[in-house]
Design a protein around this ligand. Structure first.
Ligand SMILES: Cc1cc2nc3c(=O)[nH]c(=O)nc-3n(C[C@H](O)[C@H](O)[C@H](O)COP(=O)(O)O)c2cc1C
Length: 340
């Protein structure tokens, strides 16, 4: 059975309502994780169309935002008729600049400001941003206070268990963040120094959820809908972030909703996979025009995963500079697939 709001037989779907972040009610507990360079408006729009409970912009530099450059403001592109609530993720290490960035995000329609204390990228941590802020809990608290003082909307934090093993950890920091006014915390269960290596330790999510009274969201290594529902049900988390697994698989949110509601996971047909890819491409084209061909080399590759001869299809798509041709190649590959 497919998930639909009008499914009158299932009371869990009828009363579908996600967790709350301050006064903001999310649509469901399954959230598209922010991914720099990927979770632009077209991708978020696609995830929402499959039932994502919240989407988050990629991280935006609060300093860059304070200059209001067109490229940075472009990261705040949304459509309030579709993306509600609108969550803007900021990073920064200067409380005043962060406050200014939060005010500008509010001006552009933000309903939630999320503070990134999680990014492990060298460029980011070497300049003292992202996960590196976890080396200085006082600064983390000041940043939250500054953002909370600047805007009348919820401020949340996305972070890691600690900068590195042996460093003061989130269980010590979280009550201070809550005291400073953070409305929720999302935890990716890897240390800052771990980057994306090793495995996400979900026990941190459970421990954090029991340590604070604000909602805690879990992130890390959700590869399929079953993982998401398991983390949600076992950890005490209010919701689950899905990142890499949603690339080329935006219907994972629909799968989560079905499973969470006690329904079967709907089988996605090749025709539906192709339709999702085409919509992704069309929405990217609407934003970028012919330049969309460049990101589409990566994006369309995600959707070829189960196709026979996927490597050749990818190579052919990468050689093309026109979106129309790229989609033609993808469509032909789907039509040739035996199950199509
Ligand atoms: C390419 C990429 C970019 C990311 N960019 C961000 C970001 O801008 N902000 C953030 O908080 N996390 C970012 N993350 C981390 C994800 O939000 C998520 O916490 C992490 O990937 C673990 O979840 P997953 O295993 O479901 O992907 C990024 C991850 C990836 C793979």
């Amino acid at each position: 059975m497919r998930w639909s709001c009008a499914d009158l037989e299932n009371p869990r779907l009828l009363n579908l309502e996600g967790p709350t972040v301050g006064p903001v009610v999310l649509r469901s507990p399954f959230i598209l994780a922010p991914m720099a360079g990927l979770t632009n408006w077209p991708f978020r729009r696609l995830a929402l169309s499959y039932g994502a409970g919240l989407t988050v912009t990629e991280m935006v530099s609060s300093v860059a935002l304070s200059y209001r450059g067109p490229k940075t403001l472009g990261l705040l592109k949304t459509d309030p008729r579709v993306e509600k609530p609108f969550c803007v993720q900021l990073f920064g290490k200067d409380p005043d600049r962060l406050a200014l960035g939060a005010r500008i995000a509010l001006e552009y329609g933000a309903d939630i400001i999320d503070l990134n204390l999680a990014c492990p990228a060298r460029k980011v941590v070497n300049s003292g941003h992202g996960a590196a802020v976890l080396k200085d809990f006082d600064l983390a608290v000041k940043l939250v206070e500054a953002a909370v003082g600047a805007v009348p909307i919820p401020v949340t934090v996305k972070t890691r268990p600690a900068w590195a093993p042996g460093w003061p950890d989130i269980l010590a920091l979280a009550p201070r963040l809550a005291q400073a006014g953070a409305a929720a915390i999302t935890l990716h269960g890897r240390y800052g120094t771990q980057g994306f290596t090793g495995e996400a330790d979900w026990s941190w999510v459970s421990r954090l959820a029991s340590a604070v009274s604000i909602p805690v969201f879990g992130s890390g290594d959700i590869t399929e809908a079953r993982d998401a529902v398991k983390l949600l049900e076992k950890s005490g988390a209010a919701g689950v972030y899905i990142g890499r697994a949603a690339r080329g698989r935006p219907w994972i949110f629909r799968e989560c909703l079905n499973l969470w509601s006690g329904l079967d996971i709907p089988i996605i047909t090749p025709a539906e996979r192709l339709e999702a890819a085409v919509r992704h491409a069309r929405w990217l084209y609407e934003e970028m025009g012919p330049k969309a061909a460049f990101p589409l080399r990566t994006v369309l590759m995600w959707y070829t995963r189960q196709l026979p001869g996927a490597a050749q299809v990818r190579a052919a798509i990468c050689r093309e500079e026109q979106v129309e041709r790229q989609l033609q190649i993808l469509t032909e590959a789907f039509l040739k697939a035996p199950e199509a």
